[in-house]
Design a binder for this molecule. Structure first.
Ligand code: SF4
Ligand code: SF4
Length: 385
């Protein structure tokens, strides 16, 4: 079976037997779980566990999709474990809030905390070394369970980007700091990382996706799909077609194409299951950052790009001064009042951003539990659109 085969299967809602049936069907269409997992394999299942949010917010892979993947791995006679490195908080807290805990208990599957890291070499890539979770290296296979969502910095988070969670917490922050305000360069790192770790299979939860202010505070939108395959770039290319995003605007796909990683051209991808014409949607709302940032000519200097590109703005009426953005900001560009004085001020929302330090990683927007970080475009972009 070609690695450029992608399975697209309709799945209306998260009723557990419906999801399990459709996930199984999606995997059967590309060869069945036995083609990817062997008996007694230790298999790390890696969902999107961004932050501790309930399933109806569509910020995490839905627990029903996790359960479906666990059942498949068990049916293959293999041993599943589950892990991810959330953007904020512990994996245990995300598992609790995200509805994973009853499933893990039901099947006696451990949640691995990704506390230890190990260095791996990547001689064939642009990025030569990575520090990744030791747990991800000590398994026989990885199954990637991404969620289809918009993403302030990277436009969308789909199959390739989901592998970033295999990098333990603080090291993810270091990547943002090291790469700075250059989403294409960041995307190349993600591509290198994903293909170095090479999950055996990706099964994307696009039953309820997220549009708008993703990946943490966007709006749930029903697409009713499970999308599966071996090649994450091919899955992302198919997903772009489904949501109506020009492939060249998805940084990870553009970089994968340049690096010749995976199959990115739709004409080279065999789609099995539902026809793309039948499942594609119109009017999907993307974040203002990604597609528009590409409109800025490369001749602008680094500093000019900082001024002209979109920037995060804290909406005072929505901000509860929880300090999460301040804590996660890799550039230490956000400051707020001393904790004792928070919410005492009138009006509230006294968190401030130093735009000379801000690297436009949009981690603050990703992490904000209140959707209080919006993205404002620069004058150049406003005048072009
Ligand atoms: S902007 Fe969001 S994350 Fe930052 S302090 Fe306000 S509510 Fe918390
Ligand atoms: S203010 Fe927000 S976008 Fe800017 S560097 Fe900090 S976390 Fe990233």
């Amino acid at each position: 079976m070609s690695t450029a085969t992608v399975s697209v299967v309709r799945c209306d809602g998260y009723e557990i037997e419906t999801v399990c049936g459709n996930v199984r069907q999606a995997v059967d269409r590309i060869g069945g779980i036995g083609a990817f997992v062997s008996r007694n394999d230790r298999v790390l299942i890696k969902p999107n566990m961004l932050v501790a949010k309930p399933p109806d917010k569509a910020a995490l892979t839905h627990p029903a999709v996790l359960e479906a993947a666990i059942r498949l791995v068990l049916d293959a006679g293999a041993k599943p474990l589950v892990g991810d490195s959330p953007a904020m908080g512990s994996a245990a807290a995300c598992a609790e809030k995200g509805g994973f805990v009853p499933i893990l208990k039901k099947y006696n599957v451990p949640l691995v905390p990704f506390q230890k890291a190990a260095v791996i070499k990547n001689p064939d890539g642009a990025f030569k070394t990575f520090e990744v979770a030791r747990d991800a290296l000590e398994v026989d296979k990885i199954i990637n369970l991404p969620k289809l969502k918009t993403h302030g910095q990277m436009v969308m988070t789909m199959a390739v980007k989901n592998s970033f969670g295999l990098v333990p917490g603080v090291r993810k922050t270091q990547w943002h700091l090291r790469i700075g305000n250059n989403p294409a360069h960041f995307a190349r790192m993600l591509v290198d990382l994903h293909y170095r770790l090479a999950p055996a299979l990706s099964i994307m939860d696009a039953v309820t996706a997220m549009e708008g202010n993703g990946p943490g505070s966007g709006d749930p939108v029903d697409l009713g799909l499970i999308i599966a395959g071996v090649d994450a770039s091919a899955i992302d290319a198919v997903s772009c077609r489904i949501v109506g995003l020009d492939q060249s605007l998805l940084y990870t796909l553009a970089e994968a194409k340049k690096a010749r990683r995976g199959t990115t051209d739709l004409t080279d991808i065999a789609v099995v299951g539902d026809r793309l014409d039948d499942v594609s949607v119109t009017g999907f709302r993307f974040p203002v950052t990604g597609p528009l940032i590409s409109a800025i000519p490369a001749v602008f200097t680094h500093i000019a790009r900082r001024v002209l590109t979109p920037r995060p703005v804290i909406v005072p009426d929505l901000c509860i001064e929880c300090g999460r953005c301040e804590k996660i900001c890799p550039a230490r560009a956000i400051t707020g009042p001393p904790p004792a004085k928070r919410r005492a001020a009138t009006p509230p929302g006294h968190m401030t951003i130093d735009y000379t330090a801000c690297i436009r990683c949009f981690c603050c927007q990703e992490i904000c539990p209140e959707g209080a970080v919006s993205i404002r475009t620069g004058w150049f972009i406003r005048n072009r659109t």
